[in-house]
Design a protein around this ligand. Structure first.
Ligand code: 5GP
Length: 141
């Protein structure tokens, strides 16, 4: 798969972006098609197309920067009173840009943002079965 994405150009300063945070590892900027005003993207500067390719320490840093940005959004003129984090890993999950990025989405009442889902109520035995399978996968690493 071609590793090029527009985010590489933004990180390199070859494409414009409205930057809100910049350090040696992480850049954050406003989404060009915000779902709510102030919608931010937090990206690692090294290319990682998906979570599997992302250094876990850098993943932790993305979350830390996201936390700081969430606080900044609340006290900035964006003036939200809630924040959603969202990360799409894979086409099926809705990923469109194949450079890992954390969406930080400011929320206000009635802003129209939401996730569509059909929640179910499976029996405990089904939950326990899946928990065992996932624990096994974690152990295998
Ligand atoms: P994904 O669906 O991959 O999680 O989200 C990709 C996001 O990148 C979308 O919200 C889209 O609006 C944003 N995006 C795509 N191209 C650009 C761009 O050139 N500049 C900025 N700032 N955001 C972009």
């Amino acid at each position: 798969m071609n590793p090029y994405t527009i985010f590489a150009d933004i990180i390199a300063g070859r494409a414009p972006a409205s930057v809100v945070y910049d350090d040696p590892d992480v850049l954050a900027f406003l989404d060009i098609r915000p779902v709510t005003p102030g919608h931010l993207l937090v990206v690692p500067k090294v290319v990682a197309r998906n979570l599997a390719e992302l250094d876990p320490a850098l993943g932790g840093k993305l979350f830390q920067v996201g936390q700081r940005l969430a606080a900044a959004l609340r006290s900035s003129e964006v003036g939200c009173d809630g924040v959603n984090f969202f990360l799409a890993d894979g086409v099926t999950a809705g990923q469109e840009v194949f450079h890992v990025h954390l969406h930080v989405i400011p929320r206000t009442p009635g802003d129209g943002f939401g996730l569509r889902a059909r929640a179910t109520s499976p029996p405990r035995a089904d939950l326990d079965y899946l928990a065992g399978s996932i624990r096994g996968a974690l152990t295998r690493g």
